[in-house]
Design a protein around this ligand. Structure first.
Ligand SMILES: Nc1nc2c(ncn2[C@@H]2O[C@H](COP(=O)(O)OP(=O)(O)OP(=O)(O)O)[C@@H](O)[C@H]2O)c(=O)[nH]1
Ligand SMILES: [Mg+2]
Length: 222
């Protein structure tokens, strides 16, 4: 609980045993519910999640977006925090971000990794992809945005009644922001530090980058 608001944390996981172990090294005592989405894990992710008292929900349909859709259907609390399971996003910043959400009466905060250019922990090729996709979202949707691919969000659960992102894959991250903006919810980006991922890379860099780009054009024109 932060400022008397109950918090649900949602973590989509496809084999993130190393990342989850890293995540649980943080103080999570102020979080009221942790939902780990089991996206066909075959390693010890689920054992670790259960040993820390998380609620585990299963999603058989493969993909980042499919995992989030299932996770969001299950949240119980007023404020939702979404974070990758690979330990890249700073859990220690959750309190600050929730504080900003409440103080500024925002509906959705996206944590920006790209405020000062490329973080040293982000591969150059990933930065290039993030940069191009972010510029393209800005251009196609005429919105000011610093990091369209960020995977850390803090938002009010009530917005899920209205916004309905549909992507099963990596495009979910840009889609949720587009949906929030389209519905005129109060949106802000807040800068955060970014760390190197723990565990194996799951992103299919080229395929996911091209798919996300094609998705942006599709969403804009069809
Ligand atoms: N790539 C991928 N990630 C999934 C899937 N299902 C759940 N996830 C989780 O979604 C989160 C984001 O995926 P990542 O592979 O970290 O994607 P990324 O952050 O863009 O790329 P890297 O960290 O550089 O590998 C992680 O917690 C994954 O475990 C899936 O089918 N594919
Ligand atoms: Mg990652």
């Amino acid at each position: 609980m932060i400022n008397s608001k109950k918090i649900s944390l949602v973590v989509p996981c496809y084999n993130e045993e190393a990342g989850l172990a890293g995540l649980f090294k943080n103080d999570l005592s102020y979080i009221d519910e942790i939902i780990v989405v089991d996206n066909n894990c075959t390693d010890n992710t689920i054992k670790i999640a259960e040993s820390y008292g998380c609620r585990v929900v299963q999603e058989k349909v493969k993909g980042y977006g499919a995992a989030y859709k299932k996770g969001f259907k299950n949240v119980l609390n007023e404020i939702v925090v979404a974070i990758d399971g690979d330990n890249t996003y700073p859990v220690a910043e959750i309190k600050r971000l929730v504080g900003i959400l409440i103080e500024r009466n925002l509906d959705f905060i996206s944590a920006s990794r790209l405020g000062n250019g490329r973080p040293a922990t982000m591969k150059k090729i990933n930065y290039l992809g993030n940069f191009i996709l972010t510029k393209m979202m800005k251009f196609l949707f005429s919105r000011s945005i610093e990091d369209s691919q960020s995977g850390m969000w803090v938002f009010k659960k009530q917005i899920l009644k209205k916004i309905k992102p549909t992507s099963n894959g990596m495009a979910f991250s840009q889609e949720i922001k587009i949906e929030v903006l389209k519905n005129k919810y109060k949106f802000a980006e807040v800068r955060i530090p970014y760390r190197e991922r723990l565990g194996d890379v799951k992103l299919n860099r080229w395929a996911d980058g091209v798919k996300n780009l094609a998705w942006l054009f599709y969403k804009r024109f069809f």
